[in-house]
Ligand binder design. Structure first.
Ligand code: FAD
Length: 607
């Protein structure tokens, strides 16, 4: 597109976002009557064409004799507007968004309308990679050794999964100032990974400040995640590349792969005695269909809807299903260990830093060259992973993200702020920067439950962040606040004259301003969700210890049914999950191939 065409797309999308009303249920997918029409059967039916579903469909359809069907509620997205990461937030307020939010919270998101946190998820081929920040990050290598212990399966160890991370990746070093540990990166994979160029002033300052504090500048996808860095993004020449674009678009001509968009799955039919998954019921264009499954159903509908579909199909906590009037097929603690990371983005700091004045036309011209501010979702690209004093092992538990901000009515709408809280947090600050504090390894957990047995009702989502009885998560976040002020003391940051000019927040007036108690209150008011939700159907060795799937991602007690998306992460991986979800999906596909084609060597080309 030309600069003028892009300007028109931006105008239309921003008008839509500013007046967008989120749906509150999925009734737009309801059929007109109760008739069920059978369609042809498939070897594998994949529910959800999101991040994990796209990877699995791509890999399984490599086997020509298998027939694969992907059922996805959303559509294929083609607008170039969606490729501009700089407008990411606008996409969450569009028809791509499911529009989920949590039930009212008591320990976090208190400064937001109805004390509710947004729980953004996207629909459409590529799933939430259609609206996310495209940060590519794998977490701490030792996480995967822990997964091998939890599942009693050494194939989850880092030495083994590194091969899968590399298999997906096509890494390009675009910023020569960034350290790279090449042996941890892949080339020639489906997913293009690159850094944004050139660095902006705030990123440079952030890295210098960290150097002055003695922090190493590292490749966070190398041997250790601990240190400061600039984001690696899975973009291509600075443009968003959804996981569908990367993994499925190149193979669409395969005749054994069918993708049915606009298809909303309401139930997996599981035979009551044999407990075998036999068919999938879905609505499409006002009608209801049944598809029979010859080999397996693979559930990749994401962290909220995967547990919802399981529960609607009779797989979940017995008492809850009985309360909902659903016949129990398998009693499993589905949806009982939901994990979300608290993120504080409201520590606004006034400075004397002036930002470059660029017109939209100039920014679009840079975008067309694969550069500039529109090629990243966050306002800058500086990031640091650190370990708090409370972290007993060696995981990162705090991520700091540099930001350079302007006050905006759109932010209030996007995040769902209460106006008064936003205004007072901002105070009379000018030329604002923020160092966002992200607790990437929290202990608190929440739940996903059914609202009713009606598949068109949204599930009840309760993040329950910062609620662990020991107060660990609060202590980590408070240490994060103190570390931000330490960073602001470095000579680099002192050069821009940083000053905190927020006013006492509503609800926190009783605490001495800027005391420890005040910051605790501030964090409960301003921390919201990082959208890195996971763990609603964790893998493990034993369903009596609340595991839902085994190490081969098979649902305990049910045959022909696997789950392979963000729901299965058994612990945090200390960061942004897409890289790990892609690895899990690669592993799921490889496992399925080994189960059905045991004569194939896993290193053979055919895999
Ligand atoms: C605003 C935002 C920014 C983020 N930024 C980053 C980032 O920079 N880096 C990162 O690593 N992670 C990021 N994430 C998180 C990341 O995008 C998700 O963790 C990831 O997409 C989850 O993958 P998934 O395969 O589990 O689910 P999804 O990608 O959400 O896919 C699930 C799919 O299933 C479909 N589906 C659901 N229910 C049904 C049904 N009943 N019938 C048919 N289809 C159905 C959905 O429409 C969707 O397409 C971000 C998330 C958000 C919201």
């Amino acid at each position: 597109a030309t600069v003028e065409e892009l300007e028109n797309l931006i105008e239309a999308a921003t008008i839509e976002a500013n007046s967008y009303e989120f749906p509150t249920n999925a009734r737009m997918f309801q059929a007109k009557d109760n008739r069920i029409e059978d369609i042809d059967s498939y070897d594998f039916v994949i529910i959800g064409g999101g991040v994990a579903g796209s990877v699995i469909a791509s890999r399984l359809s490599e086997i020509k004799k298998w027939s694969i069907l992907v059922l996805e509620a959303g559509e294929v997205v083609t607008s170039e507007f969606n490729e501009m990461l700089g407008y990411t937030a606008f996409l969450a307020l569009s028809d791509l968004s499911w529009g989920f939010r949590t039930v009212p919270q008591t320990t976090a998101c208190l400064g937001f309308v109805n004390q509710s946190c947004r729980a953004f998820r996207a629909r459409g081929m590529g799933g939430t990679s259609l609206i996310n920040g495209a940060v590519y990050e794998r977490g701490m290598p030792s996480t995967f050794d822990e997964w091998a212990d939890i599942t009693n399966d050494p194939t989850w160890s880092y030495d083994n999964v590194l091969r899968l991370f590399k298999k997906s990746e096509d890494f390009h070093l675009r910023n020569p100032n960034t350290p790279v540990e090449w042996k941890y990166h892949g080339s020639g994979g489906y997913l293009n990974v690159e850094q944004k160029i050139p660095e902006d002033f705030m990123t440079t300052l952030f890295l210098q400040g960290h150097r002055e504090l003695g922090t190493d500048i590292i490749d966070y996808n190398g041997r250790s995640q601990l240190g400061a860095s600039i984001f690696q993004l899975y973009t291509k020449h600075g443009r968003r590349q959804s996981v569908y674009d990367a993994f499925l678009k190149p193979v669409l001509r395969r005749s054994n792969l069918d993708i049915m968009t606009g298809s909303y799955v309401t139930k997996i039919e599981v035979q009551k005695l044999s407990k075998k998954a036999e068919s999938v019921i879905f609505t499409r264009h006002g009608r209801t269909h049944r598809v029979n499954v010859k080999k397996e159903v693979i559930l990749t509908a994401g962290v909220f809807q995967t547990p919802q579909i399981l529960m609607l199909s009779g797989i979940g906590p017995k008492e809850h299903l009985q309360d909902m009037g659903i016949h129990v097929i398998e009693n499993l603690e589905v949806g009982s260990q939901l994990k979300e990371d608290p993120l504080c983005q409201a520590l606004y700091i006034s400075t004397n830093m002036t930002r470059p004045v660029e017109t939209l036309k100039e920014r679009l011209q840079q975008f067309l060259n694969g550069e500039g501010s529109l090629t990243q979702a966050y306002s800058t690209s500086g990031v640091a992973f650190q370990k708090s004093q409370f972290e007993e092992q060696h995981y990162a538990d705090i991520e700091f993200i540099a930001a350079s901000l302007q006050k905006s009515a759109f932010d209030v709408r996007y995040a769902g702020w209460r106006n008064e809280t936003y205004e007072t947090a901002w105070g009379n600050s000018t030329n604002v920067i923020a160092i966002n504090i992200h607790n990437v390894n929290p202990r608190s957990s929440g739940t996903v439950r059914l609202n009713s047995a009606d598949p068109f009702d949204y599930p009840l989502i309760d993040f329950n962040m910062m609620s662990d009885p020991e107060g660990h998560d609060m202590a980590v976040l408070y240490e994060g606040v103190n570390r931000v002020f330490e960073l602001l003391q470095t000579p680099s940051f002192q050069s821009i004259n940083p000053e905190y000019r927020g006013r006492p927040l509503p609800g926190c007036e009783d605490y001495q301003f800027l005391s420890r108690e005040y910051w605790y209150c501030f964090l409960r008011q301003t921390c919201t969700a990082a959208f890195h939700v996971r763990g609603s159907c964790p893998m493990g060795a034993d369903p009596n210890e609340r595991a839902i799937v085994d190490s081969r991602l098979r649902v305990f007690g049910v045959k022909k049914l696997r789950v392979a998306d963000s729901s299965v992460l058994p612990t945090s991986m200390s960061g942004h999950p897409v890289g790990t979800i892609i690895m899990i999906a690669e592993k799921a596909a490889e496992t399925i191939k080994c189960d059905y084609l045991p004569y194939l060597n896993i290193f053979s080309k055919e895999l």
